[in-house]
Design a protein. Structure first.
Length: 205
């Protein structure tokens, strides 16, 4: 039984070893664009090995870091950068929250709040989709905050040995519906803000 359990927990990953994982993580969050570009190249190689099963958090991190690299390069004007950041931020919000949806659709702000994602990040996504485009300043701020969230909620929890089971398995929105109906939700609202503290913030991918 123990052997079967161990086999069940075994993951196939795209990175060669823990050293490669740690290096990519370090370079992604470096201030050196050359190191960030190298990390993006490694993630592209991971995607090639992992086909369409690359971890969503890795893809979102790469999208946002690529925005930063292009921003610092001076190759794009402000409007192009806003559109680039917007695509990455919309993709992040959509992918991170979609597996929290159950049979009954719930507001993105609520889903994001359950995961400790600031409501204004969801508002940025809404502005990109339905309203006037945000300023480049807000796009940069959103990128910075989301990258910090990804570092805390995903990268720091992986330990380099393979993807966390919580992040790799699809979240069951139906279970969350049942929890909410039964009063079993694992979130408690903060007194001083719109965010929520949740025990299962990593249970999303």
């Amino acid at each position: 039984m123990k052997k079967r359990s161990a086999e069940k927990r075994r993951h196939v990953v795209a990175w060669t070893n823990k050293a490669e994982w740690d290096q990519v993580l370090e370079y992604l969050y470096s201030k050196d664009p050359a190191l960030q570009r190298y990390a993006l190249q490694r993630i592209s190689a991971w995607r090639g090995r992992y086909a369409n099963s690359s971890p969503v958090a890795v893809d979102c991190t790469a999208d946002l870091v690529r925005c930063q690299v292009l921003d610092r390069s001076g190759q794009l004007d402000g409007d192009d950068l806003v559109l680039l950041y917007g695509a990455a931020l919309m993709r992040f919000v959509n992918l991170i929250t979609e597996r929290q949806q159950g049979k009954t659709a719930r507001p993105l702000r609520r889903l994001a709040g359950n995961l400790n994602i600031p409501a204004w990040v969801v508002d940025l996504r809404h502005d990109f989709t339905h309203r006037k485009l945000p300023t480049l300043k807000w796009c940069r701020k959103g990128c910075k905050v989301v990258l910090e969230w990804l570092q805390h909620e995903y990268w720091s929890r992986q330990l380099g040995g393979g993807p966390s089971e919580d992040w790799e398995s699809e979240s069951d929105g139906e279970d969350e519906d049942a929890d909410l109906k039964g009063g079993g939700a694992h979130c408690k609202a903060k007194r001083n803000g719109s965010l929520q503290e949740c025990t299962g913030a990593a249970d999303i991918l």
